[in-house]
Design a protein around this ligand. Structure first.
Ligand SMILES: [Zn+2]
Ligand SMILES: [Zn+2]
Length: 166
């Protein structure tokens, strides 16, 4: 939970704003973990809500799809979202302030962090992955397994050709 007190923006005219520094250590955002969240956020009172704007720097804890090792992924994203006023549901508004004017930004940050996650996370662009025979992490060293460098499709073709000759 990363909560801000936005109550000073409840009874004021559009245009009033509050600025906060975001500086959080390791956070579990429901189903994704980050090692930190840093940035500057501005909350601006607008008609019917509060607009949050800012830029957030974070480090997402991911698992490499090739070698299955956990790694940290650095990223920075921009935030721009209208938060609804307490007790008022409006179409297109996902997040609302509590009746006391508090706002937990964690669900919004989680949503944005997920947008930043690559479809195929790699610990490094040239990750060598795991040996398909023994499971050795080939980034850490080679194993003694014999891996046929021939493309399996070519191997099939080669055996067909051999068959023809016989
Ligand atoms: Zn990897
Ligand atoms: Zn091996």
């Amino acid at each position: 939970m990363v909560e801000f007190d936005l109550s000073p923006l409840l009874g004021v005219r559009p245009g009033e704003q509050l600025a906060f520094e975001l500086d959080e250590g390791p956070q579990r955002l429901e189903d994704i973990s980050v090692s930190f969240l840093r940035g500057s956020l501005t909350f601006i009172r607008v008609q019917g809500g509060v607009l949050v704007e800012g830029r957030v720097e974070t480090q997402i804890e991911l698992v490499c799809v090739r070698c299955l090792e956990p790694f940290l992924f650095d990223t920075t994203f921009d935030l721009e979202e209208t938060i609804g006023l307490p007790g008022r549901r409006r179409p297109g508004i996902t997040y609302t302030l509590t009746p006391e004017g508090r706002f937990d930004i964690a669900p919004l940050l989680r949503e944005q962090v997920w947008v930043e996650v690559p479809i195929k996370p790699l610990c490094r662009p040239d990750c060598h992955g795991l040996c398909p025979v023994c499971g050795q992490n080939l980034n850490e060293g080679t194993c003694g397994c014999h891996i046929d460098p021939v493309d399996p499709r070519m191997a099939v073709l080669a055996s067909l050709l051999t068959g023809e000759r016989e």
